[in-house]
Design a protein around this ligand. Structure first.
Ligand SMILES: [Fe+2]
Length: 430
């Protein structure tokens, strides 16, 4: 990847802010301040939190400037208040939050103008700015998930994704051998993606495409949700406690399944990757199908390893940044695309839709790579290592291109399914 210059950095900051505005201008004051689910913050909290992180890092740390609103730091510290408690805090109202964001952005752009990008490690390749761009885009995806949980009519719209291709089916053999996982060189890669290290991986088979709704309906029809044989003991206990019977947002009318998507009710599309399933559901499906979930290592080798050169690519299709022909990213469409919709985005060995559409659950626990170093703060990822989290890879239709790549790692509790999460299966050869 070429190192972004100041113009490119400013353009990324502006692009993120346009998305934040789109997501928060789409609803009125009441929807901005209300909590749509105990799993989520009120949208107005995300809004001001985005500004507060930008103030902390770009204005105060990088710029060395006076605080804009030090008095509100504690309100927007994600570690001080659980999401469920945030509506009761004396938060900035929507108009105040918007003014605050604009004030901070003015100062951040001024800092960008004046700072030398080779001054200190935090600024190398524009990293501090890239971290803030990714942070805002990550909250935009969270806000999109809040939109999905909001009751009421549609307020967001987007064209449908491109059509699929039924021939993308079956499994792809990834031969045994070493590959380079993680990165030392990607300028905006986060600490948990580093360092690059070689991993020797036994041969395995991986699904050419994510598991579709048609595949998943077969599991439902086979009474997979009612058969403890397919579930891990923890998964089965959770299935019973939560009363799981289908992916989140699905409901049945007669024989037909529908889902509610951003305020619209639609019949379940059979050729689309299944979305809004938790880790335990993915694990149960895989067991029922005679397969398993891929490890994080396997997922990354399938996504990045080029058998011709032995090199690890930045994306499955190569090192070029994602274009609309490669992957369904950035809320360009408000749904995963049908399987086979992105032939130009496939890996050299023919694995499709690894980037975009749905986050893919892996069987790996969340931990740091060998030689991990905190950069620039432990609360980004290190404090979560070893917790009750599973790794997800690849980004979803709601993930921006700036916030995903072949090395990017996400993590969440195995019971979570308000995120745009799906999966694909793998198998060992032996
Ligand atoms: Fe945050």
């Amino acid at each position: 990847m070429t190192t972004p210059d100041k113009n490119a950095i400013a353009a990324e900051l502006t692009r993120s802010r346009a998305r934040t505005a789109l997501l928060t201008d789409a609803v009125g004051e009441d929807d901005l301040t209300r909590q749509h689910s105990p799993l989520m913050s009120p949208l107005v909290w995300d809004l001001a939190h985005v500004g507060n992180q930008e103030e902390l890092w770009l204005v105060r740390d990088v710029g060395g400037r006076e605080p804009v609103r030090q008095d509100i730091d504690h309100l927007y510290d994600a570690f001080k208040h659980a999401r469920s408690d945030r509506p009761a805090l004396p938060l900035l109202d929507p108009a105040e939050a918007r003014r605050y964001l604009a004030q901070v952005r003015d100062k951040a752009l001024d800092v960008l103008d004046r700072v030398r990008l080779d001054e200190r490690p935090l600024l190398a390749g524009g990293f501090a700015f890239g971290m803030i761009v990714q942070h805002e885009q990550q909250h935009d995806e969270t806000m999109l998930a809040t939109h999905q949980l909001r009751a009421g009519g549609p307020v967001l719209s987007a064209p449908p994704p491109p059509p699929g291709n039924r021939r993308v089916r079956g499994e792809v053999l990834i031969p045994a051998g070493p590959f380079t996982m993680g990165t030392d060189t990607d300028p905006w890669a986060l600490d948990n993606e580093r360092p690059a290290h070689v991993v020797d991986v036994p041969a395995f088979l991986i699904d050419a495409a994510p598991v579709t709704n048609l595949d998943y309906l077969a599991f439902i029809d086979a009474e997979g949700y009612d058969d403890p044989r397919w579930w891990s003991p923890r998964g089965w206990a959770h299935r019973n406690e939560a009363g799981l019977t289908a992916p989140m947002h699905w409901f049945r009318e007669g024989a037909d399944w529908h889902y509610r998507r951003f305020g619209r009710v639609e019949p379940v599309r059979k050729d689309e990757p299944v979305v809004h399933v938790g880790y335990f559901e993915a694990e149960a499906y895989a067991t029922w199908a005679g397969k398993r979930l891929p490890t994080e290592v396997e997922w990354e080798k399938a996504a990045r390893w080029d058998p011709e050169t032995g090199r690890s690519r930045r994306y499955p299709w190569g090192d070029d940044p994602p274009g609309p022909e490669h992957a369904n990213l950035g809320q360009r469409h408000l749904a995963p695309a049908p399987v086979g919709a992105y032939p130009a985005g496939a890996s050299p060995l023919g694995v499709h839709q690894l980037i975009g559409d749905v986050w893919e659950w892996t069987s790996s626990d969340w931990h740091g790579y060998p030689g991990f170093c905190v950069f620039p703060y432990a609360e980004y990822s290190e404090v979560f290592f070893g917790g009750d989290y599973k790794v997800l890879r690849g980004g979803s239709f709601g993930t921006d291109a700036a916030a995903v790549r072949g090395t990017f790692r996400n993590w969440d509790h195995p019971i979570r399914r308000q995120i745009f999460s799906g999966f694909r299966c793998a198998r060992s050869l032996a």
